[in-house]
Write a protein that binds this ligand. Structure first.
Ligand code: FAD
Length: 405
């Protein structure tokens, strides 16, 4: 009898967790498992703000996929997904194609630029290892060039971060720790460096506890960040950005570096393949399948689940992607064993910790508010836990954040 073929697209938090759980749950005679990913490594997306600021080397945020998958059970294909042909049940890759009986789409998200002019061309993103490396090197280049010029251009040392959500704030925390080191390395007067965070919403970290938000803002302001809240970026140019508050006339902030950290949408492959989506995210059924497609699951940043308590979608997080990965693995195991009753996904919010640099953070863990070094410690626990869930203790020893105190 022909074995069913399970194809998992993307080896991020959701896809890799699905794979390692499936390789334990399913025998080699029951199904073939195929994992497709652009790179031969997995990266910790939740650590990219560190690689982008230069406080952590980019090699520390990634590890080989082969280190965690069982090659006797999983066929790993390093390739880029181009499109999913759902009628013929096959995935078109850049260098070939692969057929599936069950498909898990775990391709992550993409920056949402809301059509703002110039962002794609002139702003840096914090989206993967390559973009983080490019951003870090660009900032270093600006510092290295500053003293080389006869007429010094202070705008080189002006950095604008668009977005005061999780990614923007975590990046600012690392950046403000890195700036004194950069100034020392490149003989630059720290007073010349300007860091501005522009946020269109009326508050920093929307949805976070206001007391913790105040703590985060005052810590970052103390380290030199100027916040422009309720202010929208209208355009990015080669010289900086144009911003406006309400109906006011836009004004310019000159900057040598503009970082866009203000929104996530689903992977473009979703819409390109003709699946119904909201900003590229598929509103999945409680069993995580796409309505009308009994053999296709979507998890992680490309999926959308409504938080019934507030009737709004859960924000896309690694925490939710990994919990979805666990459920999808069990549901696929049920399907190949002809059990039609599938598990319903229910998000178990274990809390959130937002770092403000290596030594500081804010968070709500098991319903308790924490700040400072206690929260920074918890952040490392969370980071190590993600490694443990995918690669066990050996991965934590190899890649974990073990300088806990
Ligand atoms: P990802 O982990 O992004 O993985 C997607 C994978 O698909 C990648 O390996 C990618 O290379 C691959 N891929 C993409 N396109 C293709 C293609 N066409 N072909 C082949 N492969 C492809 N969440 C939290 O829970 N806590 C945090 O503290 C937190 N901090 C964050 C900090 C930063 C700086 C950022 C950027 C995000 C943070 N998040 C956090 C959000 C979290 O990282 C994402 O929600 C999570 O990574 C989503 O997981 P995923 O499995 O959907 O996708």
């Amino acid at each position: 009898m022909r074995k069913p073929k399970i194809v998992i697209l993307g080896a991020g938090y959701g896809g890799l967790l699905t794979t390692v759980r499936l390789q334990k749950l399913i025998g080699v005679n029951e199904a073939d498992i195929v994992l497709v990913n652009k790179n031969d490594y997995h990266y910790e997306t939740t650590w990219l703000h560190e690689a982008s600021a230069g406080t952590l080397h980019h090699d520390k945020v990634r590890y080989d996929i082969s280190a965690v998958i069982d090659r006797s059970k999983v066929n790993f294909i390093q390739d880029t997904v181009v499109e999913i042909n759902k009628d013929e049940k096959k995935v078109i890759l850049e260098k070939g194609e692969v057929e599936y009986d069950y498909l898990v789409i775990a391709l992550g998200g993409e920056p949402e630029t809301f059509g703002i002019k110039g962002l794609k061309e002139f702003a840096f993103g914090i989206t993967n290892v390559n973009s983080s490396r490019q951003l870090r090197e660009h900032i270093e280049y600006q510092f290295a060039t500053y003293n080389m010029e006869e007429v010094k251009d202070d705008n080189r040392l002006s950095i604008v971060v668009g977005g005061a959500g999780f990614t923007g704030i975590e990046f600012l925390g690392e950046l403000t720790n890195r700036i004194p080191e950069l100034c020392h390395e490149y003989d630059v007067d720290q007073n010349k460096v300007k860091i501005t965070c522009v946020e269109a919403a009326p508050t920093v970290l929307p949805g976070f506890d206001p007391e913790l938000v105040n703590y985060a803002v005052s810590q970052l302001e103390r380290k030199g960040v100027e916040f422009l809240i309720g202010t929208a970026i209208k355009e990015a140019t080669s010289e900086g950005i144009l911003v406006a508050k309400g109906d006011q006339e836009p004004w310019e902030i000159k900057a040598g570096t503009v970082v866009w950290a203000a929104g996530v949408r689903g992977n473009a492959i979703i819409e390109k393949s003709g699946f119904e989506a909201m900003r590229g995210r598929v509103k999945v059924q409680p069993d995580l399948r796409i309505p009308g497609f009994d053999d296709v699951f979507v998890i992680g940043d490309s999926s959308l689940i409504i938080n019934e308590e507030i009737n709004r979608p859960y924000p896309p997080t690694a925490q939710i992607a990994m919990q979805q990965g666990e459920v999808v693995a069990r549901n696929i195991a049920s399907l190949i064993r002809n059990k039609q009753q599938l598990e319903t996904f229910k998000f178990d919010n274990k809390g959130t910790v937002c770092s403000l640099g290596e030594d500081d953070a804010i968070g709500v863990v098991f319903g308790k508010k924490i700040t400072g070094s206690k929260a920074a410690f918890m952040k490392k626990v969370v980071d190590n836990r993600a490694l443990y869930m995918i690669g066990g203790a050996s991965l934590v020893l190899k890649k974990g954040k073990l300088n806990m105190f």
